[in-house]
Design a protein around this ligand. Structure first.
Ligand SMILES: Cc1cc2nc3c(=O)[nH]c(=O)nc-3n(C[C@H](O)[C@H](O)[C@H](O)COP(=O)(O)O)c2cc1C
Length: 387
């Protein structure tokens, strides 16, 4: 395994450079490329440009890559045509090449399985006549949002709430996609359970008003996630880890909260951990924002403390602004906030750090940190291309 400790600035980064083993996966260091939608798939399959994009991050020492969100095997999982899927010959062949390239460069990679649920925009999809899947048919209460008004208007019409059999079908779709992933050689699977997409739609009281077994109080609302994780575990076996991303904020409302207290968060994450999640990726816009009063812990830190599982945090590493603070996707330039991050690792609060835009901007971001070089300023144009 790649030993990075001889690099000039490695001493400072040492807490991020030790390996970590989760089930059958060993990552060389704690830096994880966060999932980022790039919309470069053609006919929903990743091409050579995508293969090279992920390979360059692995070549530059990123310990674990989580891919862009990938639609699960359900016709209404995702909207934008450039978002890839994980079924069908072309997409599977493309992902196999991605996996081989990353492994060839010494990296590890998980696909992020994605179902957009309430946030899917049918008019901007390849299946405009099919309605979206929502636990209670609603988009949920809107608060502070970054979506344009016409985008919100397209999402507002209510759909039929999912039936029991549709819920079963979607769970089966996740399990099929997860099995495909492991068959291709992915090192486990990551689930997008935050930001107002399907799994989160079941977890959050704003989008789940059901009174049957899929709803109820915050514990009842975990049933979908629990059944989903169990089905995936059955489909992939015991060797590969399952990572779950979750968040307080939603695309529908940046100020929304999944849990008001640590106790509630524990009651939500506990059953999901028992079902088979190994890594909790607590998605925040800034990794150093405390979640509950009276403690500096971030969301990943709370997940680790409450479940005993691997905790991962994310948000603003190497940048001086959180995503979408000014209705744009970029931060405003580079920042070396690694010191604050390293302190959290030294205290044992979290185990993994997700790095999004810094690694989108510069494939050699971690290599640069290891050499002690300043980070490159964020270039907006990189949001559109695969550097
Ligand atoms: C262009 C772009 C696309 C993103 N797409 C996804 C996605 O598909 N799935 C997801 O869970 N998060 C997605 N995110 C959020 C990132 O994973 C990350 O949590 C966020 O950018 C904050 O981390 P950062 O400050 O290091 O960029 C995306 C972010 C960006 C900038």
């Amino acid at each position: 395994m790649n030993d990075l400790t001889h690099h000039p600035a490695a001493d400072r980064l040492r807490p991020l450079l030790s390996p970590l083993t989760v089930r059958g996966l060993t990552v060389a260091n704690r830096v994880v490329m966060a999932p980022m939608t790039r919309e470069k798939a053609v006919d929903r399959a990743p091409g050579d440009d995508v293969v090279g994009y992920y390979r360059r991050r692995a070549e530059n020492h990123v310990g674990l890559i989580v891919t862009e969100g990938i639609g699960v095997d359900d016709p209404v999982a995702v909207d934008m045509p450039g978002v890839p899927v994980l079924h069908g010959d072309a997409a599977l062949a493309g992902w196999r090449r991605v996996v081989e390239a990353v492994h060839g460069a010494g990296g590890k990679i998980l696909p992020q399985l994605w179902h957009q649920g309430a946030m899917r925009d049918p008019t901007n999809s390849t299946a405009p006549d099919l309605g979206s899947r929502r636990p209670s048919g609603i988009l949920g209460p809107l608060g502070k949002v970054s979506l344009e008004p016409d985008h919100i208007a397209r999402l507002l019409p209510e759909t039929d709430p999912m039936t029991d059999s549709e819920i079963g079908d979607v769970i089966a779709a996740y399990a099929r996609s997860a099995a495909n992933a492991v068959r291709l050689g992915f090192d486990g699977v990551a689930l997008h359970g935050g930001h107002g997409y399907l799994i989160d739609n079941f977890l959050w009281g704003g989008t789940n008003l059901r009174t049957d077994r899929w709803g109820g109080d915050h514990r009842g609302r975990t049933t979908f996630a629990v059944e989903l994780v169990r089905a995936i575990r059955r489909a992939i076996g015991e060797e590969q880890p399952i990572m779950l991303r979750f968040s307080q904020f939603k695309m529908q409302d940046y100020n929304a909260r999944l849990a008001d207290t640590p106790k509630q968060l524990g009651e939500i994450l506990g059953p999901i951990a028992d079902a088979g999640v190994d890594i909790f990726d607590g998605s925040q816009r800034y990794f150093d924002t405390p979640v509950f009063e009276g403690s500096p812990l971030n969301l990943g830190g709370w997940a680790k403390k409450l479940t005993g599982k691997v905790g991962m945090c994310v948000g603003g590493v190497g940048l001086d602004q959180g995503r979408r603070d000014h209705h744009v996707d970029s931060g405003s330039g580079a920042s070396d906030n690694l010191g604050k991050l390293i302190e959290r690792f030294e205290r044992g609060e979290v185990d993994l750090i997700g790095v999004g835009r810094s690694l989108l901007n510069d494939p050699a971001w971690l290599a640069r940190a290891l050499r002690g070089e300043p980070f490159l300023p964020f270039d907006q144009a990189n949001l559109q291309r695969l550097t």
